[in-house]
Design a protein around this ligand. Sequence first.
Ligand SMILES: [Zn+2]
Length: 195
Amino acid sequence: MLVRAPMRLSVRRIEHFINEKQNWIQKKQAEIKSKIPPKQDYASGNQYLFLGERYPLLHIESGNPLNFDGQSFQLNIQHKGNKAFHWFYKKEFIKTAIPLLEQFAEKHGLNYKEVRFKAQKSRWGSCSASNNINLNYLLIMAPISVIEMVIAHELAHTVHKNHSKVFYELLTTMMPEHKQADVWLKQHSRLLHNL
Ligand SMILES: [Zn+2]
């Protein structure tokens, strides 16, 4: 490290200053490391989430990019791990979410136009002014109650375009335990983005 300092500063003071800065930098680096999960390498034996449970990953040589048999995931090593998981999670989320969306909408007399599925960094779902709904398919890693909560939340927005008291009253009617699901999602948000 090159440090420029006025001539009159003593070497001792400069050293002290550098030490203090280094301690601070090391502390900050350790803090950052502890918050960010390590980057995925899709190694055999790693654990991955599906509907709130963790399952180990095995490597295979052929077949679908990724299979799931209820006990483990099997990654076809001809495919990139990241792409294979996105492909699988999206496919499974669509299968899970569409019936839930239709059930909630029918039961509570709510109408939505179209639904789209994409992986997003910052949102779990959204509902446009014209009642098109977007859902984040990474939610397939969460327990079913969390998926239901996000779907109910976006459907409630087809009536109330805000987070007012009446919005939450409707959401509570649709899903009385929505708060617990929301807590789970906030606590696991970083994990669900670690693909
Ligand atoms: Zn909202």
